[in-house]
Design a binder for this molecule. Structure first.
Ligand code: ADP
Ligand code: MG
Length: 619
């Protein structure tokens, strides 16, 4: 074919900008790439200083191996990397980066300065603007690299348009740093935005302390830990108690071989582990650390390398949900009345760390080292005074209590049943039951308790395929519009999985002649209609989810409502059944069934003893 001469190579600058469009979408992508480079460079401390959500400047300061003076310019060329050189390497990647695109891409859309030293004596400083090297000179700094990115997207205004509000962009940055920090508890990360610490992890290789540096100590110390491994997979993690939740699932973090990943099925496994202990529409905070042979993972799936394919994903999911379920089954989950009152209602606000200081103070040197040319914004922050004003995390006293707390939190409980031995006392307002045990007294929501007991009964019934059928005296005929009839006909197997058999009765009608024996008498038709609605509302509903929904619906139908008098016998019977429940703590919707006023709380409330701090004096 004749060459019309229209095809030509793109100017380097333009092709870099196009590449940048793929990798560098927003300020957070810059943070991600540069911090990953610092991690790959074996840094133990990474300081990220950001202004205006990264649009004004992003500075990443690390104490890694540095870039050799002669390599500085090369590193900023596209497809230059020190991390792989053969195709063999490509399949054995242990570093976070390997494509060699990031630096070139970032430099093509910003004003970038790099100061780097491999020996801590001599350093090189180079300035780029839109990919052209403006200046290269010798400099001084400790071993490591500082990269400053200013005026991001100054030459690609179209990209700026995609940048969302400053608030959203900052959230994305925090999110990235959180996740990288969780994947690397052995590295201390500190993120400062406009002079404010947002993340500060200890870097002492303790995942729970890392979580404290991200979500705050209160949350970290109230998490449960679990481990569940087999020959191929090692899984460990931390997860919040069912009453500490968030309104979306983004607080579930998955770390695979030290790399943060996204995987819907595995995140779902976490939620599944809680079963009905979570309130509907609420999600836990969890960090799940998965380790496996790298050959079982395909990391090279998505350009930003977060979607990961796994062989045997279902099995890993089961290890996660079983591990969480197992741990929760050994815990006393009765909410403490007093703590509940004290707790602030704004649980949804991210509790950013109570400042945690670093392992050693070498970071101070590192941070405050004067860099002759650096902008004032980078030198006035993070002074030694600021560091010293933080409670020192490694203060032995502090550490001791922390460790003790951890031990308490993570030690396996011996007896499996922690449910108190309840003795019924009376009913209040026709709604709550009062009971006592040797440990304290309890208020029980009678409706929630009944729902729980019923739910477990129905879940069992509904799960048994060979459910006994009862013949209806008068068959029930159901009419549905055409489109719905088609769907219902298609979904018959799901309905049959719980013992509901529909026979065709003309084009748009069905007839039901029998129903499972566990139906509530007099409510047959409404029950059947609700069951069909579940299928119509969610045509992809799984058998498991369908059974679950029905068990909840049935337990609600049958439960006693509030304002209903129970005689002593009925109430005692309910409590007895509750104690036998697999999860007596929450109703199927996740609301608490009972709250506890421990003897200790009562003594505190009546000032028979002082607050926990002074107990020794008063006892
Ligand atoms: P990649 O990470 O895929 O190799 P990059 O463009 O991100 O590609 O980086 C190019 C090269 O620059 C890296 O391979 C590494 O050798 C060097 N480099 C980048 N950042 C750092 C850093 N913070 N410390 C040491 N070397 C670095
Ligand atoms: Mg990289």
């Amino acid at each position: 074919m004749e060459n019309l001469g229209l095809i030509h190579e793109l100017p380097v600058e333009l092709s870099n900008q196009i590449a940048a469009g793929e990798v560098i979408e927003r300020p957070a992508s810059v943070v991600k790439e540069l911090v990953e480079n610092a991690i790959d460079a074996k840094a133990t401390q990474v300081l990220i200083t950001v202004y205006q959500s990264g649009l004004r400047s992003i500075e990443i300061n690390d104490n890694g191996v540095g870039i050799a003076p002669d390599d500085v310019e090369i590193a900023f060329q596209p497809h230059t990397t020190s991390k792989i050189s053969t195709d063999h390497d490509l399949f054995n990647v242990k570093t976070l980066g390997f494509r060699g695109e990031a630096l070139a891409s970032i430099a093509s859309v910003s004003k970038l300065t790099v100061v780097t030293s491999t020996d801590g004596k001599s350093a090189v400083k180079a300035e780029f603007s839109g990919n052209s090297l403006l200046k290269k000179e010798t400099h001084a700094r400790s071993k490591g690299t500082t990269i400053t990115v200013e005026d991001l997207f100054f030459n690609t205004p179209a990209r700026l348009k995609y940048v969302k509000s400053l608030h959203t962009e900052l959230n994305k940055i925090v999110d990235i740093v959180d996740r990288l920090a969780m994947g690397h508890p052995e590295i201390s990360f500190r993120l400062i935005h406009e002079g404010k610490d947002l993340v500060w992890t200890s870097g002492n290789d303790n995942l729970q302390q890392t979580i404290a540096g991200i979500y705050g100590r209160t949350i970290a110390s109230h998490m449960y830990s679990f481990e569940n491994s087999d020959a191929d997979y090692q899984i460990k993690g931390f997860f919040s108690k069912p009453d500490t939740t968030r309104s979306n699932r983004s607080y579930i973090s998955l770390i695979l071989n030290g790399r943060y990943i996204r995987n819907y099925q595995l995140a779902n496994a976490v939620i599944r582990g809680y079963g009905s202990k979570l309130m509907i529409g609420r999600f836990p905070i969890a960090i799940i650390d998965i380790n496996l042979d790298p050959s079982l993972v395909d990391i090279n799936v998505h350009p930003t390398k977060q979607e990961v394919r796994l062989t045997n994903e279902g099995h890993i999911a089961d290890l996660i949900s079983d591990g969480i379920k197992q741990k929760l089954s050994t815990q006393n989950l009765i909410p403490d009345a007093v703590k509940n009152l004290e707790r602030k209602t704004t649980v949804d606000q991210i509790e950013r760390p109570e400042q945690i200081s670093l392992d050693d103070l070498s970071m101070v040197e590192h941070i405050s080292e004067p860099e002759p040319d650096s902008k004032p914004i980078t030198t006035e922050k993070s002074s030694i005074e600021e560091l010293e004003s933080h409670p020192i995390f490694d203060d032995p006293e502090h550490l001791k209590s922390w460790d003790e707390r951890l031990k308490e939190e993570t030690e396996p409980t011996e007896s499996v049943s922690t449910f108190p031995d309840l003795h019924y006392i009376g009913q209040i307002h026709g709604t709550y039951l009062v009971a006592e045990s040797p440990e304290g007294f309890y208020l029980i929501d009678q409706h929630a308790a009944q729902e729980r007991v019923n739910y477990e009964y129905y879940r069992k019934q509904i799960g048994e395929v060979a459910a006994d059928q009862q013949r209806l005296l008068v068959p029930i005929v159901l009419d549905y519009p055409n489109s719905e009839s088609i769907l219902i006909r298609e979904k018959k197997p799901i309905l049959e999985s719980i013992g509901l058999y529909l026979d065709d009765f003309g084009q748009n009608s069905f007839v039901v002649n029998t129903h499972p024996t566990w139906f509530v008498a007099g409510q047959e038709e409404s029950t059947i209609r609700e069951m069909i609605d579940y299928v119509l509302n969610d045509s992809k509903i799984s058998v498991a989810a369908f059974r679950e929904k029905n068990a909840i619906m049935m337990s609600c139908k049958r439960a006693i409502k509030a304002n209903q008098h129970l005689d002593d016998k009925q109430a005692a019977f309910l409590l007895k059944n509750l104690a036998k429940a697999e999860n007596p703590y929450n109703c199927p919707h996740g609301r608490p069934v009972l709250i506890e006023f421990s003897n200790r709380d009562l003594e505190k409330m009546f000032k028979r003893i002082q607050d926990s701090h002074d107990t020794r004096e008063s006892e």
